[in-house]
Design a protein around this ligand. Structure first.
Ligand code: GLA
Length: 392
């Protein structure tokens, strides 16, 4: 059994050292976190509610401005360098790590921020493809770094929106705003309940005796990106069909459970089930916020279980490995609640665990999961942390 908790790379040190080797000279370092989502899955692009927390797994970017308009970007992870001119015509996406960096630079310029050329080293420790938003961490750290060395003040909301548009327009994933928003705005010790329409966020303290235990199933099923975009299209189709009875309807955010039942006959069965997930999940986020404020951890656990069931049965974005991980957690003493987190089709589950039980729950989860699936999982005990910062 691997040691627990697992040792992590000091990612900022890697960025610092690699910059000295590849470019040399003075540099600044910006660091942005990955995230877990406690509840509110596949609601962000339906302009509903989400409840993510930024976690202490980071991407760090070491940067120094250049006198021209070129970006020289080196990935410490892939040991690969790319040069790109900020002057149009802009390059096409290459389908690799560099798209998150170049896409962010182009999106910032398209939003009106003129950037200076720069030398950058990117170094990340958010496990890739794990559903913990390694991509948002790269985008937000790169964006903050480029804005700062170009003399712009950091507007976190605009940064998050530009990073989302990098992902939508350049990378080609039609994600919502959750991941980029929390990587920019995270708050130590807190989850944020975000209204994805108004972009108003409410801080919710994570009780001091509760730990975030994240378990990585170690699988990422094929077609996840295609399935994600397909769910999004089907939600839009649901809105279109429902708007014949609810004139002016813009998003599922504005549909109540009662309205959905009343107009169910307008929807094909599959679309109805997808809409039901979104509508009930939005209600669960609001109830979860109340339950956290009241310290009602039994209610928190039930809401997380209901969320997972709805994602599995109605939205159909879970998979056997995620279900097994959640099922094991549900039977372990000290677990308050467990559910899949992120887009689904593999990746991680999030467990809220009583502090003193966190390590033993982690060990049991790993052992039982490996016994049932033959896959050795990873488990991380994480802390809710601040959004993007400059590191000295
Ligand atoms: C991914 C996307 C987010 C969100 C989640 C599902 O993480 O990037 O915008 O839609 O899936 O809740």
């Amino acid at each position: 059994m691997p040691p627990f908790p697992q040792t992590r790379l000091p990612v900022t040190d890697v960025a610092r050292q690699t910059f000295a080797q590849v470019f040399g000279g003075p540099r600044r370092i910006f660091r942005a976190p990955g995230r877990v989502n406690l509840i509110g899955e596949h609601t962000d692009y339906n302009l509903g509610f989400v409840m993510p927390a930024a976690v202490d797994l980071y991407c760090s970017v070491a940067i120094a401005a250049r006198s021209d308009r070129e970006l020289h970007v080196y990935s410490a992870h892939f040991a690969e360098k790319l040069v790109c001119d900020l002057e149009p015509p802009h390059p096409s996406p290459r389908g690799d790590w560099s798209d998150y960096v170049i896409g962010t630079a182009i999106a910032l310029e398209n939003s009106g921020f003129e950037l200076r050329g720069a030398n950058l080293v990117v170094s990340g420790e958010v496990p890739l493809g794990s559903g913990l938003s390694s991509s948002a961490a790269i985008e937000v750290s790169t964006g903050a770094a480029l804005l700062n060395v170009s003399g712009h003040t950091l507007d976190r909301k605009q940064l998050a929106l530009a990073c989302q548009s990098a992902e939508n327009e350049f990378v080609g994933a039609r994600c919502g705003i959750m991941d980029q928003f929390i990587s920019a705005h995270g708050q130590a010790g807190h989850a944020l309940m975000l209204d994805c329409r108004s972009l108003e966020a409410t801080s919710l303290p994570i009780p001091s005796d509760v730990r975030l235990l994240v378990s990585n199933t170690g699988v990422k099923h094929q077609h996840a990106a295609g399935e994600y975009n397909a769910r999004r299209r089907q939600c839009e189709e649901g809105v279109r069909l429902l708007s014949s009875a609810l004139p002016g309807l813009q998003s599922l955010r504005d549909v109540s459970a009662a309205q959905l039942e009343q107009h169910k006959r307008l929807l094909p069965d599959l679309t109805y089930k997808l809409c039901r997930h979104v509508v009930t999940e939005n209600e669960r986020v609001l109830q979860m916020a109340d339950s956290l404020v009241q310290g009602n951890l039994a209610a928190v656990g039930k809401l997380m279980a209901d969320s997972h069931r709805s994602l599995r049965n109605d939205y159909e974005v879970s998979c056997a490995e995620l279900d097994i991980m959640v099922d094991i957690a549900a039977g372990l003493p000290g677990v308050i609640g467990a559910r899949m987190t992120g887009g689904g089709f593999g990746g991680c589950t999030v467990n809220l665990v009583e502090g003193r039980a966190a390590e033993s729950v982690g060990r049991e989860l790993m052992a039982q999961y490996e016994a049932r699936t033959g896959i050795r999982p990873e488990t991380y005990i994480l802390n809710a942390t601040d959004g993007v910062t400059e590191v000295t």
